[in-house]
Design a protein around this ligand. Structure first.
Ligand code: BES
Ligand code: ZN
Ligand code: ZN
Length: 518
């Protein structure tokens, strides 16, 4: 989509469809909705006045209403889009509303549209806490770009209904400068493109996206974005003594891929990053298909396990955005990709494998393969010099049972790193819920015959047992673990987002990385 930012009067803009945001400014729990538009344009306000008075439209999130031939406007249609309640409004509602606007246009074959930038100062201060305009611009662009994609690329009757152009029409005011809006707009384009790249990877079926192909796609992205990328396979895993990762890979005819992407910040001539500057390690689970291996999964829903590389996808996408946003911090992305298959050569329950760190692992269940590949990925990232680690993985069904599909499970061994992450998610709009991984849970993964085992003694708190396993390999290095199993796939079309891969965690990981910018 060709997305532009213009500073002019939205009412005078010629377009097939102009979208404007509406909020409910009524206070009190059971109060009838009282609607207001986030625009200072009298012409738009007048064009929408009658229908807003009618009470037919409540301005809830995901709701929109279309008027043809709006009086006094140059646009052919006016789309009024709900942002929800004015009090407590934040950037995420703007993200959803922009998405709702785009997804209202698509089925109508409207291919070019405009969105009036929300002017919160259209309301008096008592009704609205201020939306920082950089964040608003960013959220608006992200929401629109994410919404423009439908995952129907494999349908032969596919009709491309995506928008060709989107024009965001803003006004400079006392509260917002063109520079601030431009900054958010540009960041939004970068981050959304990265998230959409992640989504395109996660959408691919397992027969298309093998570990080798994932390696090729990551390498192509790195070449395009100016990142260094190395893709290794079986021989390198053996050389590095990655016994846990190798065990998972050995049952498949498809060779594994160990993908290492490096971002080195450019520093001015004669200057260097401090010797003790942080190096961030982004480690992703890249199981391109998880059958469960010898501990095979039941057939019901197994097709979904093509998305078991969503953690890897998130890290590759995050690296793409980092390459463009250029924070002054070194970042290394490590993706451990394999296919988990049952086979005469597959690893088995009861096997004991030695991880790269030297720890021995008793395999209880070959379906708990994600933690095995990550064990070696986390350790390897440390040997590459990473001082802080973050991993993302569709790791456990237990996390989905615990938190459902709205919150990512988060674990950390370090309060300062967790604080940084908490700050970062304020602008990403993604939701995470911290779960415990204190040492008293360690008993769950004690083995009778090896250092640890790859599942918990009991099935209770399965997401925690998995995190405890990973914690063994993070060691003393500050680490955050994101269990994205419940949030990486959108099971139903939402007004602002299509069915399919969500690209969850990309935005938050990117913000977390930027928070280390020196
Ligand atoms: N990839 C799955 C986790 C998963 C389950 C992701 C459901 C998305 C939806 C993972 O490899 C797995 O199979 N984990 C097992 C662990 C168990 C054997 C201890 C699980 O969660 O059942
Ligand atoms: Zn599994
Ligand atoms: Zn898995």
């Amino acid at each position: 989509m060709d997305t532009k930012l213009l500073f002019q009067d939205a009412a005078g803009f010629v377009t097939p469809m102009l979208a404007v945001f509406a909020v409910d400014i009524a206070t009190g729990k059971d109060a009838e909705p009282l609607l207001a538009l986030l625009t200072t344009s009298d012409a738009i306000t007048n064009a929408a006045a009658k229908v807003l008075e009618s009470g037919e439209f409540k301005a809830t999130v995901g709701e929109s209403l279309l008027l043809h031939a709006p009086n006094g406007l140059k646009a052919e249609r006016l789309l009024i889009v709900g942002l929800g309640k004015a009090s407590g409004l934040c950037a995420d509602e703007v993200r959803k509303a922009a998405g709702t606007a785009v997804r209202a246009a698509k089925p109508r074959d409207v291919r070019d549209m405009a969105i009036a930038f929300p002017e919160d100062h259209a309301l008096s201060d008592e009704h609205l806490e201020e939306l920082p305009c950089t964040l608003t611009a960013r959220a608006l662009v992200e929401g629109a770009e994410l919404a423009n994609i439908d995952y129907d690329t494999y349908r032969s009757d596919r009709k491309d209904r995506s928008l060709r152009t989107l024009t965001v029409i803003a006004k400079e005011s006392e509260k917002s400068t063109t520079t601030e809006i431009h900054t958010g707009f540009d960041e939004g384009l970068i981050v959304a493109a990265a998230q959409n790249f992640t989504r395109s990877l996660v959408n691919e079926p397992g027969n298309v996206l093998t570990p080798t192909v994932l390696g090729e796609r990551a390498a192509a992205m790195c070449a395009e974005m100016g990142l260094t990328c190395e893709v290794y396979s079986t021989a390198k895993l053996q050389e590095l003594k990655m016994g846990a990762f190798s065990a998972v890979a050995q049952g498949s005819g498809e060779p594994p891929a160990l993908i290492v992407m490096t971002y080195e910040p450019k520093v001015a001539k004669g200057q260097a990053l401090a010797a003790d500057a942080p190096v961030l390690g982004l480690v992703g689970k890249g199981i391109t298909f998880d059958t469960g291996g010898i501990s095979i999964k039941s057939a019901d829903g197994m097709e979904k396990m093509k998305y078991d590389m969503a953690g890897a996808g998130a890290m590759i996408g995050a690296m793409r955005a980092i390459a463009q946003l250029k924070p002054k911090v070194k970042v290394i992305g490590v993706v451990c990709s394999a296919e988990n298959m049952p086979d005469g050569k597959a690893f088995k329950p009861g096997d004991v494998v030695t991880a790269m760190s030297g720890k021995t692992i008793e395999i209880i269940n070959t379906d708990a393969e994600g933690r095995l590949v990550l064990a070696d990925g986390l350790h390897y990232a440390k040997t590459l010099g990473c001082t802080h680690l973050i991993d993302a993985a569709t790791l456990t069904g237990a996390c989905v049972v615990a938190l459902g599909i709205l919150n990512v499970g988060l674990f950390s061994n370090d309060e300062a790193t967790w604080d940084k992450f908490q700050q970062a998610i304020k602008s990403s709009g993604e939701r995470f819920w911290r779960l415990p991984c204190t040492d008293d849970y360690k008993d769950q993964i004690k083995s009778q015959i090896a250092d640890i085992m790859n599942t918990g003694k009991t099935r209770w708190g399965g997401a925690i047992s998995a995190a405890m396993f990973l914690k063994e390999f993070a060691g003393d290095t500050p680490w955050v673990h994101l269990d994205i199993a419940g949030c990486a796939w959108n099971e139903e079309n939402k007004p602002w987002l299509a069915y399919g891969p969500t690209g969850v965690a990309v935005r938050s990981i990117v913000e977390w990385v930027r928070s280390y910018d020196s």
